[in-house]
Design a protein around this ligand. Structure first.
Ligand code: NAD
Length: 473
């Protein structure tokens, strides 16, 4: 529990749940079942370190809900890991998956280590041992529970997990589906890396395309020309900035932990990234102005502010100074409950993390489907589509007596590749979720904000599944 929070992380998720559940029709028993963490595996195991000493590792896997199978959620390597945090994150995964119609229950895993203080060999031993503990207790498998990367883990760890699982389950033809976020060579899917940033872009673009919402906020409709500020130039922030810039928005400021920079006519994320790589800092970027403090970027005037770094960055202290019209929560939990209240009073629209950053899990679902079908997306139909499109184009050219340019030809006949299909599925998902949550919000004037509407959306979907199973008629 942080010193700033009066209650634990899991208790605060339960509190948000209770607030939203008042706007649903479900009886108390069913609501209690939705809230509860179904299975909690708290484990300790010994690992011999490089210096010969033995360390007892503390680790967890929590399966919050099995209303849909398998369960799904990342594995975090951090010194802050504790059971309460893993339970809270597992519950949020249930709600996130429900909103974006990813047919999984929520789960989360955590290993209490600082990965930066471990050698690669030690990390591999810890990850493989953790995986075999999960196998022993039937806590992992393509139809049981499918982990993914989170803080401190990435493709490398997922590759170790799938390799360990496969060796313990010889002959399991679906073994690759035991984990997502894998390297492409180990069964990963193209488009996973940029998925969260792209999902944030699709979600915010949908809001910007809603005339009624824009009228209320005093903004013009559409992405074109919108002033964007991004906090955090990591995976999510970088891709958010990239997709907004590519669609005509202007990224006027970028903040990193060492400082923030401003450029009225727009920053190019790749140039800033290269500058930071070369100089070790985002500051002194050619043509840009350094802001006095990193946090100043959060208080500048802009259309859309995207916190894509850490939790609790907008809080009771700085929320009164925020001048953005929309906040897109790309990070998990970037706003404290106090900030939420202050921003709502100021009329700032907060697009909640619970669904806005669901691009990663959505594309993880596509990866899992790819693993179960044992074929790359687009492999069967790409060439066929291109041949058919080519024939149709020839007919049109003959009938209209007009030849398209080589560039136009390429665009028209292009058959979908894996990344095209993944991005298209993600776009459909994010547009659908945004509209659904907005409709819930608008349908009941008593629902105070979009975050509560997102919870209502999730509770209704999980509740319906239980009710249809006949458990709670
Ligand atoms: P990342 O580590 O790639 O990037 C985070 C960036 O934030 C880093 O560049 C870091 O230097 C910067 N940062 C750290 N402290 C900062 C500060 N005080 N001010 C400004 N910048 C600071 O992580 P990521 O994968 O981009 O994740 C970012 C957030 O998005 C996290 O909250 C994560 O939980 C959430 N998220 C990520 C994904 C995903 O697919 N990667 C999915 C859902 C949610």
């Amino acid at each position: 529990m942080s010193s700033q929070q009066p209650y634990s992380f899991f208790a605060s998720v339960e509190k948000s749940f209770d607030r939203a559940s008042k706007f649903t029709k479900w009886e108390n028993g069913l609501l209690e079942q939705i809230k509860a963490c179904n299975s909690i595996y708290s484990m300790r195991f010994p690992v011999k370190m490089d210096d010969g000493s033995i360390e007892v590792i503390e680790a967890y896997r929590v399966q919050h809900s099995q209303h849909k199978s398998p369960c799904k959620g990342g594995i975090r390597f951090s010194e802050e890991v504790n059971q309460d945090e893993v339970m809270a994150l597992a519950s949020l995964m249930t709600y996130k998956c429900a909103i974006v119609n990813v047919p999984f229950g929520g789960a989360k895993g955590g290993i209490k280590i600082n990965p930066r203080k471990k050698s690669v060999y030690e990390l591999e031993k810890i990850t493989r041992r953790y995986t075999s503990e999960l196998v022993k207790k039937n806590f992992i498998g393509p139809g049981i529970d499918v982990p993914a990367p989170d803080y401190g883990t990435g493709e490398r760890e997922m590759a170790w997990i799938v390799d360990t699982y496969s060796s313990l389950k010889p002959g399991d033809i679906d073994a690759a589906g035991c984990v997502t976020g894998k390297p492409i060579t180990q069964g990963g899917v193209r488009g996973r890396k940029e998925a969260t940033g792209l999902g944030v872009f699709f979600g915010i673009r949908e809001v910007l395309n809603m005339p009624d919402e824009m009228k209320k906020l005093g903004m013009s409709v559409g992405v074109e020309g919108k002033k964007i500020i991004v906090q955090g130039l990591g995976n999510v922030g970088y891709h958010c900035a990239k997709f907004f810039r590519e669609h005509g928005a202007v990224v006027i400021a970028i903040a990193e932990y060492e400082g923030a920079i401003f450029k009225a006519d727009g920053l190019h994320e790749e140039e800033v990234f290269q500058h930071r790589k070369a100089t070790g800092s985002i500051l002194n970027f050619p043509g840009a102005t350094n802001l006095a403090k990193s946090g100043d970027a959060l208080e500048m005037e802009c259309d859309v502010l995207i916190p894509a770094a850490l939790e609790n960055v907008i809080n009771g202290e700085n929320a009164p100074n925020v001048k953005a019209k929309i906040i897109g929560e790309a990070a998990n939990g970037p706003l404290t409950p106090e900030a939420d209240e202050i921003l709502a009073k100021k009329g700032i629209l907060v697009v909640p993390d619970m669904y806005l950053n669901a691009g990663g899990v959505t594309v993880s679902y596509f990866e899992w489907l790819k693993n179960l079908s044992h074929v790359r997306y687009g492999r069967m139909e790409k060439r066929f589509t291109e041949n058919m499109n080519g024939l149709m184009l020839e007919q049109i050219e003959t009938l209209t007596d007009r030849k398209v340019t080589a560039k136009e030809r390429k665009l028209i006949i292009h058959g979908a590749e894996e990344v095209d299909l993944v991005n298209s599925g993600l776009e459909e998902t994010m547009i659908g979720a945004t509209r659904e949550i907005m409709e819930i919000w608008k349908s009941n004037p008593a629902i105070p904000d979009m975050r509560t509407a997102a919870y209502v959306c999730a509770i209704n979907k999980v509740g319906t599944t239980y009710a249809e199973l006949g458990i709670f008629p």
